[in-house]
Write a protein that binds this ligand. Structure first.
Ligand SMILES: [Zn+2]
Length: 324
């Protein structure tokens, strides 16, 4: 009896082995995906999901794009885990972005454009170049291509009716490796920690505007670079006025040796694009105080939008929030 059981078990194991091998060998190197954009036109009020719902796209009607690349939780079998790069999820950043969108819609009837990567970061990092992002898997590459196609579609749709676009790439930072729980929001403009440690005069004299992600705003503005990133009407200072402690800002001029992220692939690719009038900002929100619960997210949302609305009015000549 035991002998037969063993034989059956061995058969099952060997079948599974063969099955797995077969799957790996049969994973196609290419597949005839639908042409990007075949799900267009993109209409405000509708939602578009891309292949297998890996990406969500909510078209909007304001000159603001919000992207979330590291908040997803989907782990489909067809995409093996990425083997190098950062794999950590930015918890509750999808919830935070959706709360911002919902707040706009419920209170004003308007909405930013929102693009979300629903894949877990172990499967796709949409904030890296495609080689590191998808690590050769065609389904992950497809999701990457859809994510960025939707961003470009949103940008082009906005530029039909507006002179300029702002993209906010939303992330979350955790406790620093040295144990310091930095509760400030890190705002990234492609200006490094070391550059922020310099004086305003140094920054204005030595950092080329076109190498920052605010080039589109700066090329039409009377504000200097240092003013725009940490003066009275910088996003950081406006957030501080709304009780969201931020870096850089008037209150926190530079990281001063502590950990800080200046902006990744999305911020760079869109913010330094000389062919389109688009600026981008990377926002790294702390967990505690902002996104650790729905209650925190809900109290953060109106404060942040109040700051963002003033930033838009001053630097993009546009009120995001129209109060009747
Ligand atoms: Zn992130």
């Amino acid at each position: 009896m035991n002998k037969y059981l063993l034989l059956i078990l061995m058969l099952i194991i060997s079948c599974n082995k063969n099955g797995n091998n077969l799957n790996i060998e049969e994973t196609p190197k290419s597949e005839n995906f639908k042409e990007l954009g075949s799900d267009s036109p993109y209409i405000f009020g509708n939602t578009y999901f891309g292949r297998n719902n890996y990406i969500s796209y909510y078209p909007g009607n304001l000159p603001l794009i919000i992207t979330v690349s590291h908040g997803g939780g989907l782990t489909p079998q067809e995409i093996p885990d990425r083997t190098y790069g950062v794999l950590v999820t930015d918890s509750n950043t999808i919830e935070l972005a959706k709360a911002l969108r919902n707040y706009f819609i419920f209170n004003y009837g308007d909405s930013p454009y929102l693009i979300i990567n629903n894949l877990k970061r172990t499967k796709l990092d949409a904030n890296r170049d495609i080689v590191e992002a998808a690590q050769g898997n065609i389904y992950s590459e497809r999701a990457f291509n859809e994510f960025h196609h939707y961003i470009r579609s949103a940008r082009d749709d906005i530029l039909k009716d507006n002179p300029s676009v702002l993209l906010l790439d939303i992330h979350g930072h955790g406790v620093n490796p040295d144990g310091f729980n930095d509760l400030r929001t890190w705002i990234g403009y492609l200006i490094t920690s070391n550059q922020l440690d310099e004086s305003d005069d140094y920054i204005d004299a030595n950092i080329p505007i076109n190498e920052t992600s605010l080039r589109a705003i700066l090329n039409k503005s009377d504000y200097s670079l240092s003013d725009l990133i940490r003066g009275k009407f910088s996003l950081g200072s406006l957030m501080e006025e709304n009780n969201i402690t931020s870096l850089p800002s008037l209150q926190n001029l530079s990281p001063n040796g502590s950990r800080y992220f200046s902006g990744g692939y999305i911020t760079r690719v869109y913010g330094t694009d000389i062919n389109h009038d688009i600026s981008s900002i990377q926002l790294e929100f702390p967990y505690d105080g902002i996104r650790s619960s729905i209650e925190e997210i809900n109290s953060f949302t109106p404060s942040f939008l109040s700051a963002l609305n003033i930033f838009f009015g001053v630097h993009l000549n546009k009120d995001l929030i129209i109060n009747d």
